[in-house]
Ligand binder design. Structure first.
Ligand SMILES: [Zn+2]
Length: 148
């Protein structure tokens, strides 16, 4: 089982709804993973968050009757599991060539790397330039999905 973070989403800021805050968390984590060229399953994280959110509302209502959204304490999900290398299967690596205007020779600029998420079959594709791709191929273990 995944460890639950004991922190709660701060819902005191009334300008943004709890759902919006949850969404922002996911976007931040996705951006972090994008920089590392690690796939992140935004779809699964969003679905799990929504389930948790709905469950939290339901439980609060069972205990206290009518509950305002701003009084909700929605637990944070540990988002690390959505970029866990075991979550994804590498499907394909396709060369990307750039046909620059005025140049007859297309230039090899990188790869499109595609994955599928084992949990719900979500498809992912990301572009890596040559430098990022070399790093991806060279680094073993945690940060990449290269299997031996
Ligand atoms: Zn997924």
């Amino acid at each position: 089982m995944e460890m639950m973070n004991k922190d709660y989403i701060d819902v005191k800021d009334r300008k943004r709804s709890t759902k919006e805050k949850l969404r922002q968390e996911l976007i931040q984590e996705e951006q972090r993973c994008n920089k590392l060229k690690v796939p992140f399953c935004f779809r699964c994280a969003k679905l799990d968050y929504e389930d948790l959110y709905n469950k939290t509302i339901l439980e609060a209502q069972r205990k206290e009757g009518n509950v305002k959204e701003e009084d909700l304490k929605v637990p944070k999900i540990n988002l690390k599991k959505y970029s866990d290398k075991n979550r994804f299967k590498l499907i394909s690596e396709t060369e990307v060539w750039d046909r620059q205007r005025g140049s007859s020779e297309p230039k090899h600029i990188g790869y499109n790397v595609s994955y599928v998420c084992n949990e719900r079959g979500c498809g992912h594709s990301m572009f890596m330039n040559l430098e990022q791709y070399d790093k991806f191929k060279g680094v073993k273990g945690n940060k990449t999905l290269i299997s031996e």
